[in-house]
Design a protein around this ligand. Sequence first.
Ligand code: TRP
Length: 347
Amino acid sequence: MAFISNRCQNSTTGMSKQRIFSGVAPSGNIHIGNYLGAIKNWVKLQDECDSIFCVVDMHAITLPRDPEELRKKTIEVAKIYLASGIDLEKSTLFIQSHIPEHAELSWILNTIARTGEMSRMTQFKDKAELHSGNSSTMESVPLGIFNYPVLMAADILLYDTQVVPVGKDQLQHIEITRTLANRFNKRFGNTFIVPEPYITKEGANIMGLDDPTKKMSKSAKSDYNYIALNDSEEDVRRKIKKAVTDSGSEIVYRDDKPALMNLINIYSLLSDKPAKEIEKQYKGKGYAEFKTDLAEVIIKFMNPFQEKMNDLSDEKVLEILREGAEKVRPIAKNKLDEVKKKIGFVL
Ligand code: TRP
C-alpha cells in the first residue's frame, strides 16, 4: 500500500508499461495542494507509465453546480494538467462524461457494492454534513454523494489500471475499488485488475493554511485556506502572511509544529530543497522573513504556470480532450462488453 517508486516498470518482462489512471473533479478552486499532492506526481510517472488522466465532471455534479461554471472549470482543469507538464506524447487526457461506459459500469458495480461500506467513507460523511449542515439529517443528501466511490471504482477498473496516483485522502476510495474488483472477480471470474494506490510522503499532506489539522480544500469556506493555482501575486502574499503558525518563533520541521511543517513542505516541494536545508537556512531568523520568502517561492512557480495556462485556448484544449476520448473509448468498450457478457446481459 505504501510509497511506491519505480512502480511503472513491469517487473516480469521489463518491457511493457504499467497503466496509471487518475482524475480531478472540475469543482471549487484547484490549489497548490492538488498540484503538489497529485498532479506533480503524475508528471513524473508519465515517463515510465502508460498514463490516462481524466477530468471527472460526473463526480463534480454530486453537489449542485452552476452549468456555465462547470463547463468553464472542466476546460480549466485540463489546462492545469497541461500547464503542469502533462505531455500528450506520453499521456492521454479526456472528459469522463465523453465515455458513457463510466456510467454503465458504475451502475453494474452499484449492484455489488454495499450500503454499509459506502456509509463508512469519511469523504461521504464530511460532504453529507457540509450539504445538510447536520450529519443526522440524511434525508436531503444526494444519492450521488453516497455512491461517489462506486463511480470512481468504475473509472479505475474500466482501463485495467494497475496504479492510481492520488492524494492521501483518496486511499479509502482505492481500498473500496479493490474490494469491488475482488468481489466481482470472485463472483463472475477474473475480470478486473486489482489496482494499487501511489502516494508520496510529502505531497500527500498539504494542509489548510488556516487550519493545519485538515487538508487544504477546494471547497473551504474561507479563501485563506488555500493558494488557488490562479491566485494573483497579491493574493499569494496576503494569504501566506495570514497563514497560521505555531507558538514559538523558530523555523523548525517537527511533528509538534504542524503549521510550520506544512509551510516548509510547500516551500520544499516547490523549490526542490529538502526540509532540513530550509530549517538551516532560517536558523536564527523569524516567521516574517520565512513567510516573505515562501510567498516569493510560490510566485516564482505560479508565474510561468499561469503563463502556460493563458497560452492555451479553450478550443485547442477541447480538441485535445476529444481526441483523448477517441483513444480511450475502445479500451472502455472492450472492458464493459466483457463485464456485460460475464453477468449475463445479451450483447
Ligand atoms: N475522487 C477523486 C478526488 O476527489 C477524483 C477521482 C475521481 C479520481 N475518479 C478518480 C481519482 C479515479 C483517481 C482515479 O480527488
